[in-house]
Structure formats: structure tokens, C-alpha cells
Design a protein around this ligand. Structure first.
Ligand SMILES: O=P(O)(O)O[C@H]1O[C@H](CO)[C@@H](O)[C@H]1O
Ligand SMILES: O=c1cc[nH]c(=O)[nH]1
Length: 288
């Protein structure tokens, strides 16, 4: 059955609705970044840039880095955007745009997020790199899809140990792809468990003028322990990326430049340089 025009929206030029990409324009290795301006910070290292397209916050450059074809795509902020980006990335490789049918042979993309984040443990230094072993979704994206709900035992421990009584959403927990993650394991890389939430201020317990609904949320998060696993950092996309990748059959890993430490109150004095270093590390790790 062809997928209806209202569900899979193909622009008049043959590109997909939001990403504006045509199927042949996407590489099998995809780097996602939140900030659209970070796309050219990645592609400036490419030996060849094949194309640049963009619409709204979704910008893509596809090119070649040391013989590897790579697309770098900006997602903007938040898992609402991750829903769009991942459904469209998957459609580009796994749906035949002529027949509008799902292909018989499905492709698995390698997806690497290069993002920024804030640590909740005082011993995780600012300006370090952290690989998210797990994404802990405090948003609800995964629950909108038919799924096994991820790691239910871990989710139960989160619900029991972290008071979120007024929030009424069940956390979901999804792991990174262990094989893909191996490429980025170095002695300097910290392994962590990352909470993804729906905002930067209240949902990450930041107080400027408004009081967060849950007092001491970050302290409860820092104190959490499930079978020796601690929660390390907060950001806004990783759990959604892991959930959508798992559901769609892609391999994903999320790398975080730790800009803030919420326990010590510090913020990096050189965020641009740190992200630049993570980009270079990511590209070189992909090709080795
Ligand atoms: O630097 P990026 O990739 O955007 O990631 C982090 O930074 C943004 C907030 O400043 C959120 O998107 C958060 O997840
Ligand atoms: O504290 C931080 C830093 C970067 N991005 C976030 O979402 N939180």
C-alpha cells in the first residue's frame, strides 16, 4: 500500500518535507548537531562538500572526509525536532519515493550526535567529553510509538528515586549502540547516563525568576544509583535519538561536550573551542 500524500510529504522537487533532502543526497554516516551554525563547523573539515540544503532549523551538508561520505544535519533544540528529523532520515533511506512503499531491504544508518550538555556530578569536569551509554527520556517521545518502552527496570528505579510527582510522565531508557560506541572510546572519554528533558531552564532545574516545580531535582538526579549506574548529565535530544534509532533500526551514539557543571556552578570559558575539539575527534574516530 502506497503511503498517503498526507503522511509522507514529498516536496515538488522530490525532497522530503522538512529536511528538504532527496534520497541520494543523504550519506550512510550521519552526524547530528543541535545548532544549525555547527553544521559548517563540521563540514569545513570535509575534503569535498557535495551539497548544502536547509529549511527552518534543519540544515544539511553532505561531503567526504578522508574517503568517508558523511552528512551533517542540524536538529535544532528538543525531541519534538528529533521526531521530525529521524522519521525523515529513515524515510529517505527506507521508503521508495516513486512507489511510496517501504523498501523490502532496510538500511541501517550510523548516527553520531555531537552536542553540548551540563554535568550533574561534581567530579565531571567542565570541558570534558562524555559518551551517553543510556538516554533517559524525561520527555515522552518514545511513548507515542508502539514499543517495548525501553529498559523498564532502569525506568522503575528512576521513577522510585527521582521525585517527579507533578510531571505525570513515565521516563523511558534506551542504550546507545554498543558497537558504534566502541569507535569513540578513549581513555579521556567519560561514559555516562544522560537525562534528556523538554527544556533548558525549569526542566533542568535552573532558576532565574521562576521556581522549578520539583525542589532539589538535580540533587536527586546526582544521588540516583541503579546497580552502580549513576546519572551524569542533562541535555535535550539524546534519549529521543536513541529511542527513534532503536525503533527504526539505526545505530546511534551521542557525544557530549560538557559545558556546564550544575553541581559546582561552573560554565566553560571556551565553549566554541571545546565543541571544535569534539567535532575533530568525532570525524577522526569515524574514519579510523
Ligand atoms: O548543543 P546542542 O546540540 O544544541 O545541545 C544542547 O544545547 C541546547 C541547549 O542550549 C540543547 O539542544 C541541548 O541538548
Ligand atoms: O546545562 C546544559 C548545557 C548545555 N545544554 C543543556 O541542555 N544543558
Amino acid at each position: 500500500m502506497p503511503i498517503a500524500n498526507s503522511e509522507l510529504i514529498i516536496n515538488p522537487d522530490g525532497s522530503i518535507y522538512h529536511l528538504n533532502l532527496k534520497p541520494h543526497q543523504l550519506a550512510d554516516t550521519v552526524i547530528t548537531v543541535g545548532d544549525p551554525e555547527r553544521v559548517s563547523e563540521v563540514s569545513k573539515y570535509f575534503d569535498v562538500i557535495e551539497l548544502k540544503v536547509g529549511k527552518r532549523e534543519f540544515h544539511t551538508h553532505t561531503g567526504v572526509y578522508k574517503n568517508r561520505r558523511i552528512s551533517v544535519v542540524s536538529t535544532g533544540i528538543g525531541t519534538d525536532n528529533i521526531d521530525i528529523v529521524f522519521n525523515e532520515l529513515d524515510a529517505l533511506v527506507n521508503v521508495d519515493f516513486k512507489t511510496r512503499e517501504v523498501k523490502e531491504e532496510l538500511k541501517s544508518l550510523d548516527i553520531i550526535r555531537v552536542g553540548t550538555s551540563g554535568a550533574v556530578q561534581s567530579d565531571i569536569p567542565i570541558d570534558s567529553f562524555l559518551l551517553s551509554q543510556r538516554g533517559i527520556g524525561f520527555d515522552s517521545l518514545m511513548h507515542w510509538y508502539e514499543s517495548d518502552g525501553g529498559d523498564l527496570a532502569f525506568a522503575k528505579a528512576v521513577t522510585q528515586q527521582i521525585p517527579r510527582s507533578k510531571l505525570h510522565s513515565t521516563p523511558y531508557i534506551v542504550n546507545c549502540d554498543a558497537d558504534l560506541a566502541k569507535k569513540f572510546q578513549t581513555v579521556e572519554m567519560i561514559n555516562g547516563n544522560t537525562i534528556t528533558n523538554v527544556g533548558f531552564y525549569g526542566p533542568q532545574s535552573r532558576k532565574i525568576r521562576l521556581q522549578p516545580a520539583e525542589n532539589d531535582l538535580n540533587q536527586h538526579i546526582a544521588d540516583f544509583n541503579f546497580e552502580g549506574h549513576k546519572i551524569t548529565n542533562l541535555e535535550m535530544e539524546t534519549a529521543g535519538i536513541y529511542a527513534m534509532s532503536k525503533l527504526l533500526g539505526h545505530r546511534a551514539v551521542s557525544l557530549n561536550a560538557i559545558l556546564a557543571n550544575r553541581a559546582t556552578g561552573e560554565f566553560s570559558t571556551k565553549p566554541k573551542e571545546l565543541v571544535e575539539k569534539l567535532i575533530k575527534f568525532t570525524l577522526d574516530s569515524i574514519v579510523t
